[in-house]
Design a protein around this ligand. Structure first.
Ligand code: SF4
Ligand code: SF4
Length: 193
């Protein structure tokens, strides 16, 4: 295991995983299936990895037959964030998941499995051991955005008090950086935080 991976995993309490296999049994991707296939054909490693392990369910109904709670949770979370598009939804199952919920490809599982959940905003199945931890991580992100908004207000006041062009330039650069950071969380509703 490389040092990047060690460092990454050290920030994720792996013991929280209950090894229920739910995140391998019914998952979705942030991009439509057709788009993923095109990306894989264009050598996008993320898309190649995803499609090398996940097989699409024929329909949402089929995915719901396996675990309706996971599907409904994904739908609800995407709707809350305003990112739900029914026509683009495909659900998948990993072909390596064994009947005892363990991974049949553990040594060779791709990065997306090794680093799951890769972001505090990852949608995990109901009951996933990471739920509480992800909640706090999302709160940390929200606090960062709130601090950035406060700093923007302070910078606005500072800009009103100076006419020095160099200082104004520096203020504008910092403002730009802060706004970009806030923008990163826009899809999760950062305007309202
Ligand atoms: S759903 Fe959560 S607890 Fe279950 S296997 Fe996946 S990461 Fe672990
Ligand atoms: S490769 Fe293993 S860890 Fe990854 S989704 Fe499949 S069963 Fe789960």
């Amino acid at each position: 295991m490389g040092s990047y991976e060690e460092n990454y995993l050290s920030k994720r309490p792996q013991y929280l995983c209950k090894m229920c296999g739910k995140c391998c049994r019914v998952v979705t991707a942030p991009l439509p299936y057709e788009k993923l296939k095109q990306m894989a054909e264009a050598n996008d490693q993320g898309a190649i990895d995803f499609l090398s392990i996940f097989e699409p369910y024929k329909s949402v109904y089929d995915a719901k037959k396996v675990d309706a709670e996971i599907v409904e949770n994904i739908e609800n979370r995407l709707k809350e964030d305003g990112n739900y598009n029914e026509k683009e939804m495909t659900y998948y199952r990993c072909k390596f998941l064994k009947s005892d919920n363990l991974c049949g490809n553990y040594e060779n599982r791709p990065t997306l499995c090794r680093y799951f959940p890769s972001s505090p905003w990852a949608i995990v199945p109901p009951g996933c051991g990471f739920e509480g931890w992800l909640f706090w991580k999302r709160e940390e992100d929200k606090q960062k955005v709130r601090r950035a908004k406060e700093e923007l207000l302070e910078l606005k006041l500072l800009a009103q008090r100076t006419k020095d062009s160099e200082t104004l330039k520096k203020i504008a650069a910092v403002e730009h950086k802060l706004q970009k950071n806030i923008e990163l969380y826009k899809k999760y509703g950062s305007e309202n935080w």
